[in-house]
Design a protein around this ligand. Structure first.
Ligand SMILES: [Zn+2]
Ligand SMILES: [Zn+2]
Length: 147
């Protein structure tokens, strides 16, 4: 299914085939809390080559908990967080589910960094929990093969 999304001011738009999404996760890490201003970020793993992006993103680089150089991309006009990637695996994008026009099809599989989850935004008990972000490395071989 072809899906679309955009930032709050419409300057940045994304489009991709939902079948190309590798996996979906909630991330409760403090960096995601700060950058979204919410309890967590919900992110879709999507190979860069499957994303159609238009508009101007600005990137802010910060070292993540695993030591990877995380580049967080946001609209340079309205500031909406749109996607991020790491310098180490730059062909894999993490798309923020909240920017999608219709996100009803999104099915998160696990919670990352539950140790950092706030008590007003508890991870759903039925999903797989990780104290940190081991899922990234668990899935890495499959992910890299698919890029
Ligand atoms: Zn914008
Ligand atoms: Zn995070």
């Amino acid at each position: 299914m072809q899906v679309t999304g955009k930032c709050l001011c419409n300057q940045v738009t994304v489009a991709f085939d939902s079948n190309k999404v590798l996996s979906t996760h909630h991330c409760h890490c403090k960096d995601c809390q700060r950058s979204t201003g919410a309890g967590k970020a919900t992110i879709l793993y999507l190979p860069k080559k499957h994303l159609t992006l238009s508009g101007q993103l600005k990137f802010y680089e910060i070292k993540g908990k695993l030591g990877l150089r995380v580049n967080r991309g946001f609209c340079d006009n309205c500031g909406s967080g749109v996607l991020s990637f790491t310098k180490e695996f730059k062909n894999l994008f993490f798309i923020k589910a909240g920017i999608l026009d219709d996100s009803s099809w999104v099915k998160p599989q696990s919670n990352f960094f539950v140790s950092a989850a706030s008590n007003w935004n508890r991870p759903e008990a039925e999903l797989k929990h990780y104290q940190g972000n081991p899922g990234f490395f668990e899935n890495l071989t499959a992910i890299i093969r698919s890029l």
